[in-house]
Design a binder for this molecule. Structure first.
Ligand SMILES: Nc1nc2c(ncn2[C@@H]2O[C@H](COP(=O)(O)OP(=O)(O)OP(=O)(O)O)[C@@H](O)[C@H]2O)c(=O)[nH]1
Ligand SMILES: [Mg+2]
Length: 319
């Protein structure tokens, strides 16, 4: 499993080539000067690490440089990696499903053998929820889990068809829906089917929504409440799917989703197409919500569990 991560993280790194290459070139310098520090600051900003963390990293580099004016680039690399790792401590958490996979069940995962793990995916329009639902189904199936998806996006005309195509291609069970149906009742039917069929994972794909539309947020609160009637533990997880292109701009919206719904995690998608993947740092620092997976492409296998060490390495690419 970890081999797969390396491949995917290498892919992330290569798409951010320019940024990573510039970091590397600084870390290879014999001696650090002020312009190198300015360059690192600009790089951290362009990676969308966030103001606070960037300032902290730069302050630490300046102190180290003052103490040792002969400081080498390599040492700066160590500071950057260590500080980013520090800020992200606890941001990677793997799931445990019936005690068989991952290393940490995290909080709020009162699994027993018979209870399926229910994961709801929420987020703004186009963030990658449906694609992530399909990728997760593929991922869990590959890890020996039986999966069912609920097509709870009853708002967009083609939503059901979109997930149905994935279901047929990847052979997972799907509870379909009609446009205009109540998303909570689709979620209820899906969870009930999961219990009846002995599924181990339920993934609920929901319609995209803007955080300040209170009626749409209320719809998700209702969905949560309704499936809680089947088992008070449902949904054990509610993940915000975040588009990496939006960078730290997504913090306000993430905060609102969290306030309304009590998010348990995030998935950051489209990390392949942008150098702004550093936003995970800023978002985690502000909200403290762990990141379970990252999306690295449009294909069903382009998903990797988030691993802080690999991620930081991919971001600043110290050799
Ligand atoms: N490059 C890349 N594209 C992605 C990734 N995840 C999703 N996409 C693309 O992003 C677009 C939107 O994805 P969807 O899964 O339909 O997004 P959604 O959140 O379900 O959208 P709504 O249901 O309309 O809110 C599609 O073109 C996907 O192929 C990713 O990790 N990388
Ligand atoms: Mg969708």
């Amino acid at each position: 499993m970890f081999g797969l991560f390396s491949k995917i993280y290498a892919q992330v790194e290569s798409t951010k080539n320019k940024l990573t290459a510039t970091f590397k070139s600084i870390f290879q310098r014999e001696k650090l000067d002020q312009s190198s520090i300015d360059q690192i600051e600009a790089l951290l900003y362009s990676a969308d690490i966030g103001v606070e963390t960037t300032e902290k990293v730069i302050a630490a580099i300046k102190v180290a440089h003052k103490n040792n004016p002969q400081m080498q680039g390599q040492e700066v690399g160590v500071i950057c990696e260590n500080m980013l790792r520090d800020v992200l401590r606890g941001a990677d958490r793997f799931l445990e499903i019936n005690g068989e996979w991952g290393r940490d069940a995290g909080e709020g995962n009162p699994q027993t053998q018979a209870v399926p793990l229910v994961i709801g995916l929420v987020g703004v329009n186009g963030s990658g929820k449906t694609t992530t639902a399909a990728k997760l189904a593929g991922f869990f199936a590959k890890n020996g889990k039986s999966v069912i998806i609920g097509a709870c996006d009853t708002f967009r005309a083609a939503a059901n068809e979109q997930i149905k195509v994935w279901a047929q291609r990847l052979h997972f069970d799907l509870v379909e829906s009609q446009r205009g149906a109540d998303p909570a009742s689709v979620a209820f039917d899906t969870c009930q089917a999961a219990v009846g069929r002995g599924k181990s994972v339920v993934i609920l794909d929901t319609a995209g929504r803007i955080h300040n539309k209170s009626n749409l947020m209320a719809e998700l609160v209702k969905l949560k409440r309704v499936i809680g009637k089947i088992n008070p533990a449902f949904p054990q997880h509610l993940w915000l799917v975040v588009d990496a292109h939006l960078g730290t701009n997504t913090i306000t919206s993430a905060k609102k989703f969290h306030e309304e719904l009590g998010l348990t995690g995030m998935v950051m998608t489209k990390v392949d197409g942008t150098s702004r993947g550093g936003a995970i740092v800023g978002i985690y620092e502000k909200l403290g919500i762990p990141v379970y997976f990252i999306g690295t492409g449009e294909g069903h296998a382009d998903l990797a569990p988030f691993v802080v060490d690999e991620y930081v390495h991919g971001l600043v690419g110290r050799t």
